[in-house]
Write a protein that binds this ligand. Structure first.
Ligand SMILES: [Zn+2]
Length: 75
């Protein structure tokens, strides 16, 4: 059995290297911030003068959606 040059695991068909924990955490944080920013920008697009005071709600909602999507994509 060949071994993977990156992670030294068994190089089976469709092998994927296990990702390092620190990287996964950093990635999750990045997605959370990106989602929050996206939610806030979306709110700005629909409510440019912040009439609804929904900034925090939009940021939290965007973060939650981003986390949910990454969970789904990761399986
Ligand atoms: Zn590997």
């Amino acid at each position: 059995m060949a071994t993977c040059p990156h992670c030294k695991g068994h190089l089976t068909d469709g092998h994927r290297c296990p990702r390092r924990r620190g990287f996964v955490v950093a990635e999750s944080i990045a997605y959370t911030f990106a989602g929050g920013l996206a939610g806030w920008l979306l709110l700005m697009a629909f409510d440019p003068h912040s009439q609804t005071n929904m900034d925090l709600v939009a940021i939290v909602a965007g973060s939650v959606v981003a986390i949910a999507i990454t969970r789904l994509l990761r399986g």
